[in-house]
Design a protein around this ligand. Structure first.
Ligand code: SF4
Length: 242
């Protein structure tokens, strides 16, 4: 495991390319076997993916699924959001809470479609262009670029930060901004070579953090990456069997 003196001081861990690639291979193979069938994983439409990502911030998947379908029936495109009043968008968002997300979506739609005058305008594809839009942070920009446009873009949310720090750098705390920067670099270094593999890789990281390596419990005994994880709690004799 990559524990250099630099890593212990809090600088970049000296990541071993082979460990990263082994981790990624195990992770993606597990995802192909075990992923949940979620509606936003069946689309490559950037607007739909953006709506799902905004809804999933602070809200559980089971509450998001019905609301996602309902919202898209009311607002099937960015142009529809832009032409509605902010109040109407907030009303459609009701039940999810954190209404700043709905307000930002309305502002973003107005910006991208020039207040609805270009109703077919699309979201940009590059993370730096996405980040310039209202309410889009680094995670959401990476998610839209990767999941909609097949870009080789990293993403780090709370789940991904927890998984990557536990696997590669348990001494880092995702709550410390300086450590989070290091975790982003680990995410970038771990990306596979192609956009399509990146799609699977990013979804798999999030899935592992949601289902196996959770904030409450690390289910190391059933974890597909336990053989390469620096934090794995595995009964003696089980290491290497993942
Ligand atoms: S082995 Fe345990 S700590 Fe490591 S990623 Fe899996 S569940 Fe998390």
């Amino acid at each position: 495991m990559p524990r250099s003196a630099d890593a212990r001081r809090g600088a970049d861990p000296a990541l071993d390319a082979r460990a990263l690639s082994d981790f990624g291979r195990r992770l993606r193979a597990w995802y192909r076997r075990s992923a949940r069938d979620l509606p936003w994983r069946r689309t490559r439409d950037a607007y739909r993916i953006l709506v799902s990502e905004l809804m999933l911030q602070q809200t559980q998947v089971s509450r998001v699924v019905p609301k996602y379908h309902e919202f898209l029936r009311t607002f099937p495109s960015l142009g529809h959001v832009a032409r509605a009043t902010p109040e109407r968008v907030m009303e459609a968002w009701s039940g999810l809470g954190y209404y700043a997300r709905a307000r930002n979506l309305h502002k973003l739609a107005a910006h991208v479609t020039s207040d609805g005058r270009r109703p077919r305008a699309k979201l940009p594809a590059e993370p730096h262009e996405l980040r310039a839009l209202p309410g889009i942070g680094a995670y959401t920009a990476g998610a839209v670029a990767s999941f909609a446009y097949g870009k080789r873009a990293a993403l780090v949310d709370t789940n991904v930060a927890r998984v990557l720090s536990r696997v590669f750098a348990p001494h880092l705390s995702p709550k410390r901004p300086r450590d989070l920067t290091v975790i982003w670099r680990i995410a970038e270094q771990g990306l596979p070579r192609t956009g399509s593999a990146t799609w699977t890789h990013n979804q798999a990281l999030m899935e592992l953090g949601a289902l196996v390596c959770t904030a409450r419990v690390a289910r190391c005994g059933e974890c597909p990456v336990r053989a390469v994880c620096a934090s794995a709690q595995v009964p003696k004799g089980a290491r290497g069997q993942a």
